[in-house]
Design a protein around this ligand. Structure first.
Ligand code: TRP
Length: 359
């Protein structure tokens, strides 16, 4: 954690177990960054509150993700691993930064619109546009009390910006769906700096890993693997469950002519195969597809075993780590201490430039 290393920060909301998409899209990449950067990985439990989870589940979810982070190879000796709510400085700075954030810009955020629409039970817009935005805003303001869009959801981007800015992170490895939040973070940083005439916050950017981004598809034929899609393979899935899920994955009727184009569900299975299987295995099934001799059942059997080869050692470690409460407590205590040190220093600067002084 030398001072001269660039600061990397990323977080995952504690809303369930981690899946293969999280693993290839995030965790396995985080692991690679640990030696070369000042890495900070946290569990965004306050962000999880924006979608009102059951209080009896929140802590268990935090613990699961913590164990999954560690089992995937994030090393608490190399990286700072912490829980968002263990750093109260974040909550204070969230209040302060909100004074410089417009409700309009928050309401125009895509993730807010999507989640607010869900909360209000209104469908997706016919098309993007001003007219629809107006109707949407009216809906929100006029919403009856039993259909409420909570203010925490609106200010989600402020909280995320604070996560990043309070650590003065410059590299934030996140998926494409988080780009807009990063863009807002840069805007808030510039705005704050210029309003107070300071150079307090550096502007953070997504981490460029080079190559094309990994997109891990789900098992339901379309789109990417996602918690809310119900199409996930979880790291913690036991072999029986995992095999069953893979065997039930959507396919099609099979190629009728040699060298047919692939349907999306089948292409998705090949994408998963490419992530987890040896190149000659992938080639074997590609050839079988090309000459129409492929049997999807065989492909799925192979795929399930190859996924299991990746997840089984991780699952074993998750179970070991979950059983070691003392270790988990040590990890989060050490992480909180490190994260708070930098957060407290930044918060003190923020309070100072905003004119908050002690008597
Ligand atoms: N919004 C992110 C997600 O849903 C999680 C997150 C919260 C985050 N704060 C962050 C990611 C700060 C990176 C940096 O995936």
């Amino acid at each position: 954690m030398a001072d001269n290393k660039e600061i990397v920060l990323s977080g995952i909301r504690s809303t369930g177990n981690l899946h293969l998409g999280n693993y290839y899209g995030a965790l396995s990449k985080f692991v690679r960054l640990q030696n070369d950067y000042d890495c900070n990985f946290f569990i965004a439990d306050l962000h999880a509150l924006t979608t009102s989870p059951d209080p009896s589940q929140l802590h268990a979810n935090v613990k699961n993700i913590l164990a999954e982070y560690l089992a995937a190879g994030i090393d608490p000796e190399k990286s700072t691993i912490f829980i968002q709510s263990d750093v109260p400085e974040i909550s204070e700075m969230y209040l302060l930064l909100n004074m410089h954030v417009g409700i309009g810009e928050l309401m125009r955020t895509t993730s807010f619109k999507d989640k607010a629409r869900k909360a209000l039970g209104i469908g997706a817009p016919a098309q993007e546009g001003e007219a629809d935005d107006e109707a949407f805003e009216k809906e929100i303001i006029g919403a009856s009390t039993n259909k409420r869009v909570n203010a925490g959801l609106l200010t989600y981007p402020t909280l995320m910006a604070v996560d990043i800015l309070i650590q003065k992170a410059t590299k934030v490895p996140v998926g494409k769906d988080q780009e807009q939040h990063l863009e807002l973070t840069r805007r808030f940083a510039r705005r704050f700096n210029s309003f107070y005439g300071v150079e307090l916050f550096p502007e953070p950017y997504n981490f460029d890993f080079g190559g094309k981004p990994v997109k891990v598809p789900g098992l339901d034929g379309s789109g990417k693997m996602g918690k809310s899609e119900g199409n996930c393979i979880y790291l913690i899935d036991d072999p029986k469950v995992l095999r069953k899920k893979v065997m039930r994955a959507t396919t099609d009727e099979g190629p009728k002519e040699p060298n047919s184009p692939m349907s999306e569900p089948v292409a998705n299975l090949f994408t998963l195969l490419e992530l987890t299987s040896a190149p000659d295995v992938v080639q074997h099934f590609r050839d079988a597809y090309a000459d129409c001799s492929i049997r999807y059942g065989d492909l799925k059997k192979q795929l399930a075993e190859d996924i299991l080869a990746v997840t089984t050692p991780i699952r074993d470690r998750i179970n070991d780590i979950m059983a070691d409460e003392a270790y988990l407590r040590r990890v989060v205590a050490q992480g909180a201490e490190r994260a708070r040190e930098r957060a407290a220093a930044t918060l003190a600067e923020v309070r100072h430039v905003m004119g908050i002084r002690k008597f």
